[in-house]
Design a protein around this ligand. Structure first.
Ligand SMILES: *[C@@H]1O[C@H](CO)[C@@H](O)[C@H](O)[C@H]1NC(C)=O
Length: 340
């Protein structure tokens, strides 16, 4: 007799949380048309919002950048349709990675290891009321202080919907395995990252190293790339808690099949894609995207080196884990992999 009661309780709880869900209708017609008179102070061309500028109906000729971004959007749409069976609705928790610029009408989904520090710096300049001028003068740690920027999850449901419909939504992506190796190098091979060693390193050593030394168990500061891979593909890992954002998939951080991104920038073409977005926002004369230093950058060759130590069996498991990021953003199967 107890069972039905519990069932009812579960159903009631589910229904309760359903009310919190956010309804976000993406109109298929020109999204900028709904803009109305909400806010006319846009700084873009002729007082238009970046979204209106992007989908401007009277442009006869499309620039090369517009063609590129249109084909990225189309591919993303097609892949989402092919691989997502059921449409889920967004919850505030899904919106924690979306940074809001109310002044310029921008929504940026930040993905760690894809120039996100520089984007946060640029958005601090754009939203800072003249407090900052030069993005590079903002210390990296300050760019990551949560209170310096607002995220979409902090707004009310109607404010969220309004922004999702009317703002230019963009994200930056990177070849998934290059991003992963970059995260590994940054978090596990640098002596100063003791927080990551303690939080993740000790756990990885304990679970994935046969016969670990007491020292390794205590410090967790010598995790190998192979051990990191074992940790990622172990089903137990994600059952316990979501991946850390540095190795979480873009698919799970930014929800590109629910939120229709207007511009998908790529790390591989960072400078030109950043320029395009700043142009759409009408701010390219005020702020320049910092050009990245290439010295410590993780490259394709370097990534291949790291994967040489991974067996085909684990390569395949890891590929399956990151597969959606490969497909959604048009990254092909790396040639250094040796499973077929
Ligand atoms: C996908 O990538 C291939 C080769 O890397 C390229 O030729 C093609 O134009 C890309 N497609 C889109 C939609 O970006």
């Amino acid at each position: 007799m107890r069972k039905p009661k519990i069932c009812r309780l579960v159903v009631a709880t589910c229904f309760g949380s359903f009310v919190l869900v956010i309804f976000y209708f993406q109109s298929n017609s020109n999204p900028a048309a709904e803009q109305g008179n909400f806010w006319n102070g846009w700084q873009g061309k002729a007082g238009r919002s970046p979204l209106q500028t992007l989908y401007d109906g009277d442009q006869v000729e499309l620039s090369a950048a517009q063609v590129t971004h249109q084909s990225r959007r189309d591919l993303l749409d097609r892949t989402c349709q092919a691989y997502t069976r059921k449409k889920r609705v967004l919850t505030p928790d899904d919106l924690k990675h979306l940074i809001v610029d109310d002044r310029h009408g921008l929504l940026y989904c930040y993905v760690p290891k894809v120039a996100c520090t520089n984007w946060k710096r640029v958005l601090m300049v754009l939203t800072g009321d003249g407090k900052y001028r030069d993005p590079l003068k903002i210390p990296a740690n300050e760019a990551h202080v949560p209170s310096n920027l607002r995220t979409l999850s902090e707004y009310s449901t109607s404010e969220i919907n309004h922004r999702l419909r009317n703002y230019l939504k963009f994200a930056f992506v990177r070849e998934p395995f290059e991003r992963l190796v970059s995260a590994y190098r940054n978090k596990f091979t640098r002596k100063y990252n003791t927080a990551f060693h303690k939080r993740y390193g000790t756990k990885i050593v304990k679970r994935h190293r046969p016969d670990p030394s007491d020292e390794a168990l205590e410090h967790g500061d010598d995790v190998s790339f192979e051990e990191f891979v074992y940790y990622l593909v172990d089903p137990h890992t994600q059952r316990e808690e979501p991946f850390n954002e540095h190795w979480e998939r873009v698919h799970s951080l930014c929800h590109p099949c629910i939120i229709h991104y207007d511009v998908v920038g790529k790390y591989e073409t960072l400078d030109e894609d950043a320029r395009y977005i700043l142009q759409l926002a009408g701010v390219s004369d005020r702020v320049q995207f910092p050009s990245s230093s290439k010295s410590t950058r993780t490259t394709d060759d370097m990534t291949a080196q790291f994967f040489r130590k991974i067996s085909p069996f684990y390569q395949k498991k890891l590929y399956n884990l990151y597969k959606m990021d490969f497909l959604l953003f048009n990254y092909s199967l790396p040639t250094y992999l040796n499973f077929r």
